[in-house]
Write a protein that binds this ligand. Structure first.
Ligand code: GCV
Length: 612
């Protein structure tokens, strides 16, 4: 029995007793195999040629798993999923779609987590790396079991003393890397572009030779401590972070300088493409925030070094409930790209509201194709809470992320069912109820939040709960410009021109307001409240209907899910959050409907209660 008595997530049915001590990857693979399949149930055979992949073969009553070091471990966990949840085994070799499958933690060294909804940081407190080793191993085990291979442990907003992670805190970083290494998880660190200035230099100009030499020297020290560090992650010139623009340099100049420092050690430089004007004047109607990333990076296509990966958020805004695919992900033919998701439910309910993400990811991959990016990243939803993600149901997103990083076409519902079987082992009828709730959860949340792709009607700063005008006169470039007649932004050629950034086949889908899919209508178009939608309803009626329906569906979903036989340990948190969701969905309904009722003066055709 492990000394860590925390939640074992979807591996709860399996106690291999491995997380209270250091073991090699092979020992872990053997222990897991034995605990699930008995002593001779699985034969492990080393085969380095399979990279991170594996091959599983049936041999009488036993299994043979062939693979390289980590591949063997992944292969064993794949068998475990087959045993516990009936996940169909591959016929031939199985390999991950993306080489780099990372989770980005926005953890600060004071123990807080930016946009964290699962308690304090797992690895930081009081300005230091301080953690329970068994908990870190347990996390390594969970991540390995779904094939995540990289963890960036500190916030992309690098606040002091986090700069010290690649300086005086290197011995601690080394110890932490050692805990995760056997699980095939490599560390990455977020670095501050202006770090040379912390160390006494007068500039961080990427074309300054001394600056470049400083980073080379720094990289050498870092890799001496952690030879398998995956690399650095950088947020530059974004939301007041320092970057190359200060020196009149491009982001290719900045990224390449850092990438060249990492190159001798095989490190990767992940550079985030989250650049926009966060000091916009709301009176300025020509600047349109969704255009920013493409305008900044598209002209640089082909200028990034080979070991640079440009990490692009999946939508052009910022992880809203509904956004179209970022056009940057459809361009940049000559640049390595990573698509970035957010497991932390910043704009999607703070892990209070149920929000299962794979249906959204399915849309992203079907629009973008799975082969376009070379890497995948997701902002972490992890924290020190007992079940890792605050809400035990939010574990489903962590589980699903790993599965999608291996196979983006794996399917949202099947993933939900595998997760449910492994985690709670429900009877078929109960599994159906929970799978339906997970699959429907995004649609429900979307209905009671900001309408039809408009985005940003959420409370500023905290990003939970409705505030329709909360961002309207702010600096963040996030306007809906609702007045008494109409709402939305014309982003076609006759408006801001954002739509022109897309290939023609995408423009065709969105260009004509009569044909644009409803869920994106107000993202791409400004529409009168009395305009008639394809189903014959007016826009205002559709807004009212969605909000009434969304709140009612949330209530029904909560009622269904609360009846399920969760173990005591999970039941309390799940029910508490569902009750809150029902209350908060009603608040969204009332605030949004009242906002539009007051502006438009339009009554609800069905005479339901809208406040004045
Ligand atoms: C880490 C949004 C969030 C910020 C976050 C930023 C980013 O703006 O609200 O907290 O900062 O995205 O992705 O860098």
């Amino acid at each position: 029995m492990s000394v860590w008595d925390g939640h074992m997530g979807w591996l709860g049915a399996l106690d291999a007793g491995i997380t209270d001590r250091d073991m090699t990857t092979e020992e872990i693979a053997r222990a897991e195999a034995e605990s699930c399949f008995g002593k001779d149930g699985v034969v492990l055979e080393k085969d380095g040629s399979l990279g991170e992949g594996y091959r599983i073969l049936a041999e009488g009553n036993a299994w043979r798993v062939r693979g390289g070091k980590t591949g063997l471990l992944y292969g064993v966990y794949r068998l475990v999923r087959h045993r516990l949840a009936g996940e169909k085994l591959p016929e031939g070799d199985e390999r991950p779609q993306y080489g780099l499958r990372m989770i980005d933690c926005w953890d600060n060294m004071d123990g807080t987590v930016e946009r964290g909804y699962s308690g304090r940081s797992i690895w930081f407190e009081g300005g230091r790396l301080t953690y329970r080793p068994e908990r870190i191993r347990m996390l390594g085990r969970l991540l390995a079991s779904v094939g995540v291979n990289c963890l960036c442990i500190n916030n992309v907003n690098v606040h002091e003393p986090a700069q010290g992670l690649i300086d005086e805190m290197l011995p601690d970083l080394k110890a932490m890397a050692g805990l995760l290494r056997p699980y095939g998880v490599r560390l990455m660190v977020s670095v501050d572009f202006a770090m040379p200035m912390r160390c006494g230099m007068s500039t961080a100009d990427p074309l300054d030779e001394e600056v470049a030499a400083w980073w080379k020297d720094r990289a050498e020290k870092v890799y001496a401590a952690v030879p398998d560090l995956a690399g650095f992650l950088v947020k530059a010139d974004s939301e007041h972070r320092p970057g190359p623009f200060t020196y009149g340099r491009t982001h290719a100049d900045g990224a390449n300088m850092l990438a060249r420092a990492l190159r001798p050690f095989g490190g990767t430089l992940v550079w985030r493409a989250f650049v926009y004007n966060c000091m916009q004047d709301w009176r300025d109607t020509r600047t349109d925030r969704p255009k920013a990333a493409y305008e900044t990076y598209q002209p640089l296509d082909g200028q990034f070094d080979d070991n640079v990966i440009l990490q692009v958020k999946h939508g052009p805004f910022d992880f809203q409930v509904r956004e179209p695919l970022s056009p940057l992900l459809l361009s940049m033919e000559h640049t390595h790209l990573a698509v970035e998701f957010q497991l932390a439910q910043e704009y999607t309910g703070h892990q209070i509201d149920l929000y299962y993400m794979p249906p959204m990811w399915d849309e992203v991959f079907s629009a973008m194709g799975k082969d376009r990016p070379v890497a995948i990243a997701a902002v972490s939803n992890l924290g020190r809470d007992d079940c890792w993600t605050g809400d035990p149901l939010a574990l489903a997103n962590l589980f699903a992320y790993g599965r999608y990083a291996w196979d983006p076409m794996c399917g949202a519902e099947e993933t939900a069912r595998i997760f449910i079987r492994m985690t709670w082992g429900f009877e078929k009828g109960d599994e159906d109820i929970l799978a339906r709730a997970l699959m429907g959860s995004r649609g429900i949340y979307e209905k009671y939040c900001a309408p039809l792709g408009i985005c940003w009607m959420v409370s500023p700063n905290g990003h939970y709960g409705p505030s329709p005008d909360g961002y309207e006169y702010q600096l963040w470039g996030t306007y809906h410009r609702a007045d008494r007649d109409a709402v939305g932004i014309d982003r076609t050629s006759s408006g801001t021109g954002y739509l022109d950034q897309y290939p023609e086949e995408f423009q065709r889908i969105y260009r004509d307001p009569e044909k644009c899919p409803d869920e994106y209508l107000l993202f791409f178009h400004r529409r009168r409240y009395d305009s008639v939608m394809r189903d014959g309803r007016t826009l205002i009626q559709r807004i009212y209907d969605d909000h009434f329906e969304g709140a009612a569906l949330a209530e029904k979903m909560a009622e269904d899910v609360k009846k399920l036989p969760f173990p005591e340990r999970d039941r309390g948190e799940i029910c508490r959050r569902l009750d809150l969701q029902v209350k908060d969905a009603a608040e969204w309904r009332d605030v949004i409907n009242t906002f539009f009722r007051r502006l438009s003066g339009a009554e609800d055709e069905r005479g339901r209660k809208i406040w004045r």
